[in-house]
Design a protein around this ligand. Structure first.
Ligand SMILES: *[C@@H]1O[C@H](CO)[C@@H](O)[C@H](O)[C@H]1NC(C)=O
Ligand SMILES: *[C@@H]1O[C@H](CO)[C@@H](O)[C@H](O)[C@H]1NC(C)=O
Ligand SMILES: *[C@@H]1O[C@H](CO)[C@@H](O)[C@H](O)[C@H]1NC(C)=O
Ligand SMILES: *[C@@H]1O[C@H](CO)[C@@H](O)[C@H](O)[C@H]1NC(C)=O
Ligand SMILES: *[C@@H]1O[C@H](CO)[C@@H](O)[C@H](O)[C@H]1NC(C)=O
Ligand SMILES: [Zn+2]
Length: 755
């Protein structure tokens, strides 16, 4: 079953109360998770631009009421009556344009090329600038270089490619001459503006020539640094061949001087010379922390460790704020230009993903964190970015999302990979969540799996305001973007939901509650607030809200905990919150700030099913006498004669019970009479591969045995149940001071029914 349907939209609540007061009593915010350009076999493509409402500019859609005689349509969003233009005059009940078919609530429009667009620009509609860290050990550097070589081989011939390397200084390599390797050097210790970059590269226009934004550039000049892949593959190959790790001496007791900030500024500046509308990405391979110049996150002195969550909490991270501010500046510049930053970080230590988070997230960039450029988490993920075909990510560019909604609904903002365009409109909410203050967002980079969470506010204070006379509410999401081939597309999704009857009945709201979406939205909101509010206590906030929601929507007699029950639409929610409290999103102290930032970026951009698995991993058991079964995320699911498959999104664990592990060590799988054992061992492997292949970034695959050291990857995710009592496996009992689910639920019942 596909819970998102053709629209790719899931909402926390599918039936909305009429007033602000009733809405606030619902505890879980009114939010929609949307996948603006999701592929779906039932989405049709129309070769023209949609008709738009003259009043609110919403696109004509399946929910419009049509008056065939008067040749007009009534916009469901603002109830404006729009005359059909002449070329729609053949319209009748039996001759409908496809955008009015009831099943096509999502439609993709192919927009005609803009008149006057230079054909040359369309040829080179995409550009990729590699930014390669050279402060690495030889082995890592070779892995990184060969990954780049492989990627260039996969580019379409007309994609433009540029190359920047950095260590103590940043180098922009000229790719125009194959026989003469030439690079422009930028100091690593001083900030460099876009103007300075262009000036130094000889790309600054002499004022008058510049047609757009004051910056013209001569194509000839830019072509020294950005060349079609087909023309520069050989040059780049030999450049990479000869490129050495950073040769600047590293003082004893010091970190290598790494000017990541300057290198990124230079790449951003270089792309600033591209013609507007070019979908461009900076692909940064970073092997360690920035320790030189702007964007520095750590002292040069090795005796000073990188900032931890504890340091951030205590305000004892002297570089943090300044670095974050610097990278925010880069984010603004990139968003302005419509370009993207992707970070592929590989290091045993942190590289500053936490400081750079906004730059990646606001530009819709990709991020992959791994411990080595030789690891499959990096290698396979990196390859998939550039690959063609089924597995391709299909990176799109220049996205703009616009949202229109029915009267009395306001948009508070969005959590996810986008940037507010700060365009105020009638439906902008007063309170801001995430990227807000607007009804229009830029999505510089997006792909078919990109997901956003939109937060809504119900603004009406009186129950009767209802201009259209029915009890339906509408939201429309319009996303224009450029596909990998450079074609301009517009995806329009119109969703219709219900207002609750004016006479508020809780039962009605309960029917519309989507608990999986609600759990994910709470996780995203908690993560955002942990990042932005110093005193925010996520565990207490989640507990308080869970108790409130159970008090409001549970069935019970006052002060009788045992009478407490939850409607099936709510019954899984407490367990989700229980697991969320224990997850890396809330218990951040077990991770580095980089890991936390990484986890949160993926939580924010994945669809609901994937995000739910991050919060509450799925567990499957494999045994001789049954088909694979979903199992409780509980220590009691461990058994000596079972194999478990745990999917926590970031890692996939195959866990062999002790008997299975023993048989395997004895080599039973090699004996012809034990075919069933061979199959038992293989089944979870096959299922794990299936999951790995559909996912980006590639998850880490852990294969382990009961009592083995790697078993902690499984045990850390399991509920420490009381029922777990098997003396031979006592070592595996999880020693944590947090309560188990059963105790948690008991407390919850007691608190929910309290008068
Ligand atoms: C509909 O969305 C467009 C684009 O964001 C905006 O300009 C317009 O004001 C919106 N209309 C209403 C009624 O919200
Ligand atoms: C929203 O806009 C107002 C001014 O219109 C501004 O004061 C405020 O800082 C903005 N908030 C955010 C989060 O951008
Ligand atoms: C809530 O439960 C009802 C059945 O009681 C079901 O029809 C409905 O789909 C559920 N709602 C959601 C959003 O899961
Ligand atoms: C969520 O995303 C994954 C991978 O991107 C995809 O396989 C899956 O079908 C998506 N789920 C839904 C419900 O769309
Ligand atoms: C385990 O269970 C057995 C019987 O089922 C019981 O006698 C024993 O006390 C239990 N051990 C623990 C540690 O709970
Ligand atoms: Zn309208």
């Amino acid at each position: 079953m596909d819970p998102e349907g053709i629209d790719g939209v899931r909402m926390t609540w599918n039936i909305w109360p009429r007033t602000k007061i009733e809405a606030s009593k619902c505890v879980v915010p009114f939010a929609a998770s949307i996948s603006p350009i999701r592929h779906h076999r039932d989405i049709i493509s129309l070769p023209y631009a949609p008709l738009c409402c003259a009043n609110c500019s919403a696109a004509l859609n399946a929910y419009a009421r049509v008056d065939f005689n008067a040749k007009l349509w009534i916009c469901p969003i603002c109830v404006h009556r729009n005359k059909f233009p002449l070329h729609y005059h053949q319209i009748s009940e039996t001759n409908l344009p496809q955008e009015l078919y009831a099943q096509y609530t999502t439609i993709e429009y192919t927009l005609p090329d803009q008149p006057g667009a230079a054909p040359a620009a369309a040829d080179h509609h995409s550009a990729f600038v590699f930014v390669l860290d050279t402060c690495m050990i030889e082995e890592e550097f070779d892995f990184a270089k060969s990954a780049i070589k492989q990627a260039i081989g996969l580019f379409p011939d007309n994609a433009l490619v540029g190359f920047v390397s950095f260590g103590t200084q940043a180098h922009v390599h000229e790719l125009g001459f194959s026989d003469l390797a030439k690079a422009y050097v930028f100091r690593g210790d001083a900030e460099v503006s876009k103007e300075q970059v262009l000036e130094q590269l000889g790309l600054a226009a002499s004022g008058r020539r510049g047609p757009i934004g004051g910056y013209g550039f001569s194509n000839a000049a830019l072509n020294r640094f950005l060349l079609p892949a087909s023309e520069c593959e050989y040059t780049l190959d030999s450049l990479l061949e000869e490129l050495q790790t950073d040769q600047w001496p590293v003082k004893a007791g010091c970190r290598p001087l790494r000017c990541t900030g300057v290198a990124l500024s230079v790449a951003v500046g270089l792309l600033g010379a591209c013609s507007p509308g070019t979908g461009a990405r900076i692909i940064a391979l970073v092997g360690g922390p920035c320790s030189e110049g702007p964007g520095t996150i750590v002292s040069k002195d090795l005796s000073e460790p990188l900032r931890s969550h504890k340091d951030l909490d205590k305000g004892a991270a002297p570089f943090y704020e300044k670095a974050e501010k610097f990278y925010d500046g880069l984010a603004n510049q990139l968003v302005d230009q419509g370009h993207v930053l992707d970070i592929f970080a590989s290091a045993l230590d942190q590289v500053g993903v936490a400081e750079m988070k906004a730059t990646v997230e606001r530009t819709g960039g990709l991020v992959v964190l791994s411990e080595s450029y030789g690891h499959s988490v990096f290698k396979d993920s990196f390859k998939r970015v550039f690959e063609d075909g089924e597995q391709s990510l299909g990176l799109c560019s220049n996205g703009i999302l616009k949202i229109n909604c029915s009267k009395d609904i306001k948009v508070q903002g969005i959590i996810g990979p986008c940037a507010s365009s700060q365009k105020k409109g009638p439906s902008v909410g007063d309170t801001v969540i995430g990227e807000g203050n607007t009804t229009e967002w830029k999505m510089c980079g997006l792909d078919k799996s990109t997901c956003l969470t939109v937060f809504f506010d119900i603004s009406s204070s009186d129950q009767s305001s209802n201009p259209s006379g029915d009890n339906l509410l509408y939201l429309q999401f319009l996303t224009s973007y450029q596909n990998p081939q450079g074609k301009k597309l517009l995806s329009v999704t119109t969703v219709c939901r219900q207002w609750a009857d004016t006479d508020i009945s809780t039962e009605e709201l309960v029917q519309g509650f989507d608990q999986e979406t609600a759990a994910v939205v709470m996780a995203r909101l908690a993560s955002l607030r942990m990042e932005t509010e110093v005193e925010f206590d996520a565990t207490r906030w989640l507990d308080r809200n869970l108790i409130r929601i159970c008090s409001k929507f549970g069935d019970y007699r006052k002060d009788e905990p045992n009478s407490f029950t939850l409607n099936p639409n709510f019954s899984l929610f407490p367990q989700f919150i229980f697991n969320l409290r224990r997850s890396q999103f809330v218990q951040v102290f077990n991770n580095s700030p980089d890991e936390t930032a990484y986890n949160r970026m993926l939580l924010n951009r994945e669809n609901i099913s994937n995000a739910a698995v991050m919060i509450q991993p799925s567990l499957t058991t494999y045994s001789f006498n049954s088909t694979p079964q979903p199992a409780l995320l509980d220590a009691a699911s461990i058994a000596a004669d079972r194999i478990l498959l745990l999917d926590s999104y970031f890692s996939i664990v195959i866990f062999h019970g002790s008997t299975i592990a023993q048989w395997r060590s004895l080599g039973y799988q090699n004996q012809p009479e034990h075919q069933a054992f061979v199959q038992l061992l293989q089944a979870p492997q096959d299922d794990a591969q299936m999951i790995v292949h559909g996912r980006f970034p590639m998850p880490r695959l852990v294969v382990c045995d009961q009592h083995g050291s790697q078993a902690r990857f499984l045990l850390a995710k399991l509920n420490p149940s009381a029922s777990y009592n098997e003396s031979e496996t006592m070592n595996d009992v999880i020693f944590t001071d947090d309560v188990n689910l059963q105790v948690f639920y008991k407390h919850l019942q007691k608190l929910a029914v309290q008068s």
